[in-house]
Design a protein around this ligand. Structure first.
Ligand SMILES: [Zn+2]
Length: 107
């Protein structure tokens, strides 16, 4: 989302219609969190009473500092750490290779 005076005005117009942050985001092609973040940065509007706070599940317990901290999966309710012995930094050799891939050098 690129914020301009026009998109900010559009956001406020939709909010003034009484739409929720989710609905405003859907209309503008972005997420509810994008709207919430922009409003926070503008220093305005508390969370609407109609939208209860989002409770994300707790992250899994942190593994030992000597085991790989690569998180498997996209669902935060099912996150699991790799757990292999650390090779470099906080990752095992395989996860380090997945995380730090070299980009092809332009000719
Ligand atoms: Zn790993």
């Amino acid at each position: 989302m690129i914020w301009t005076a026009t998109t900010i005005a559009e956001m406020y117009a939709l909010l003034d219609e009484g739409l929720s942050w989710s609905a405003v985001g859907a209309r503008m092609g972005c997420s509810k969190n994008t709207i919430a973040g922009k409003l926070r940065r503008l220093g305005q509007r508390p969370r609407p009473a109609s939208e209860p706070p989002v409770h994300l599940p707790s992250p899994p317990p942190m593994p030992s500092v000597r085991t790989c901290q690569w998180i498997e999966g996209d669902d935060p309710r099912a996150w699991v750490f790799c757990g292999e012995p650390v090779w470099r930094g906080v990752y095992c050799r395989a996860c380090f290779a997945r995380c730090y891939q070299r980009l092809p050098v332009a000719a």
